[in-house]
Design a protein around this ligand. Structure first.
Ligand code: CMC
Length: 428
């Protein structure tokens, strides 16, 4: 008998099953043979929220939540944030290896020269209300792009596929910037292909009458690092959505609109916005203890705290905390930082948070930096979606190349009514 097995005894029948174990995992389909009667459906595993279910094998991002480790393609996030840049990391995550000089030049050129949107997209975006949430505009516009590139449906044609990947990574900052300008009632600024990825984004947000916009190097760098930190995070809610939609062979624009919609929620990428609103509501350091009391009595969540995978300090939060100081030297200190620091101090000492391993996550400090840089709060989830586009697309390619993948279709445990006869309304 191989040691790499799990022996299960079904106490309902006394029967024993030997199930193979690979990578510390059993295949859920191996449970199906466990039955009381031959015509039973067979055993399922029940896992709301997929807390203990691996939906895929992946070689992109590694997280050790207990130790607070995050690596893209084997490279620690601290090294990538410190030594690399967003477009190089995007290449790494997409293709599996760091680019050579030539590969990097071509990749950067391609991305920086596909930044323009079809002119009709501007009219589409104009149709939104003046106060439309930029994330709603972002989701809708990404979905609309699928109608501009019908060849995007050829998802098994590598050349067509790569074209859409470049377009999406290139165009998401333009969509994001246009949604911001729309909310401000400002004219759209066309991309400047001479600038870096982050620099061009800042230009599209800020440029007014200057002939040539020059981003502040410190802010451009900080934004590039923030983008790098958000590139991928394995099978989170948005990425899982990308894979679920992608599994029906949908085009990448439609799938990505769904992934962005999943990211929008306050428990996921919308948390950075929720953190800022929470800090503004607390308003003063002296109100922190009362707020924490409310969290402990379950009236509220402490937004920006806790994570499904990290049961230790989120390594991205550590890096962001450091960048904050560099940004504040340029922008001036964000008054909300003191409230955040006090919240963190109290929470990390308090049994409620310690027992549940609740630590600051990536969203706890990112919003404070974004606000100091002048972004309106509603833009925060969009700032998350721009770099995550890379992760979504890399995971989508991995899905398409994975012969073991099938259309995503979970099972249910039906607990509703048994068959019953229709009763006419007059006698109900
Ligand atoms: N404030 C107060 N209590 C919390 C929090 C929080 N932020 N997060 C978790 N808990 C408690 C939760 O009530 C539960 O307590 P108990 O076991 O007594 O019922 C325990 O901690 C475990 O939490 P859980 O809800 O089972 O954990 P989960 O893995 O299902 O949820 C989470 C993870 C991120 C959704 C959750 O921690 C949360 O809602 N955090 C606040 C929102 C947030 O910051 N989200 C950003 C996540 S990081 C970036 C991203 O994913 O996009």
């Amino acid at each position: 008998m191989s040691n790499d097995t799990l022996t299960i005894t079904d106490n309902r029948t006394g029967q024993t099953y030997e199930i193979p174990v690979t990578h510390d995992t059993i295949n859920a389909m191996d449970l199906r043979q466990i039955k009381v009667n031959p015509d039973d459906f067979g055993m399922l595993s029940y896992d709301p929220g997929f807390k203990n279910t691996a939906s895929t094998k992946s070689a992109i991002t590694y997280i050790d939540g207990g130790k607070g480790i995050l690596r893209y393609r084997g490279y620690p996030i601290e090294q990538l944030a410190g030594k690399s840049n967003f477009l190089e990391v995007a290449y790494l995550v997409m293709f599996g290896e760091l680019p050579t000089e030539d590969q990097y030049q071509k990749w950067s050129y391609d991305i920086l020269h596909h930044t323009f949107l079809h002119e009709n997209i501007k009219q589409l975006m104009d149709a939104f209300r003046h106060d439309a949430h930029p994330m709603g505009m972002f989701i809708a516009t990404v979905a609309a792009l699928s109608t501009y590139y019908p060849e995007a449906r050829n998802i098994f044609n590598e050349k067509d596929r790569m074209k859409q990947i470049v377009r999406l990574i290139a165009k998401v900052p333009t969509i994001a910037a246009f949604s911001y300008r729309h909310s401000r009632g400002l004219p759209y600024v066309y991309p400047d292909n001479d600038l870096s990825y982050a620099g061009n984004f800042l230009s599209m947000l800020d440029k007014m009458t200057q002939v040539k916009y020059t981003p502040k190097p410190e802010l451009e760098k900080a934004l590039d690092v923030l983008f790098t930190l958000h590139v991928d995070h394995e099978q989170n809610c948005g990425t899982a959505t990308m894979r679920v939609i992608g599994s029906s062979n949908t085009d990448p624009y439609s799938a990505m609109a769904g992934a962005a919609a999943a990211l929008y929620g306050p428990l996921h990428g919308g948390a950075n916005e929720a953190v800022l609103r929470m800090l503004m509501e607390i308003g003063d350091v002296k109100n922190v203890p009362a707020f924490v009391k409310g969290v402990k009595s379950r009236e509220r969540l402490l937004m920006g705290f806790g994570h499904r995978v990290y049961k230790n300090y989120d390594p991205r939060a550590r890096i962001i905390k450091k960048i904050a100081d560099e940004v504040f030297e340029i922008t001036g200190r964000n008054a909300l930082l003191d409230i955040a620091l006090e919240l963190e101090r109290i929470a990390l000492e308090d049994d409620f948070f310690v027992q549940r391993s609740l630590y600051p996550n990536v969203d706890f400090y990112s919003g404070i930096i974004y606000q100091a840089m002048g972004f309106p709060v509603a833009m925060f989830p969009v700032l998350f979606a721009i770099p995550r586009t890379v992760g979504w697309l890399a995971q989508w390619i991995e899905l398409l190349n994975d012969k073991e993948q099938k259309i995503a279709r979970p099972r249910q445990i039906f607990l509703g009514e048994d068959e019953r006869d229709y009763v006419p309304m007059s006698v109900r």
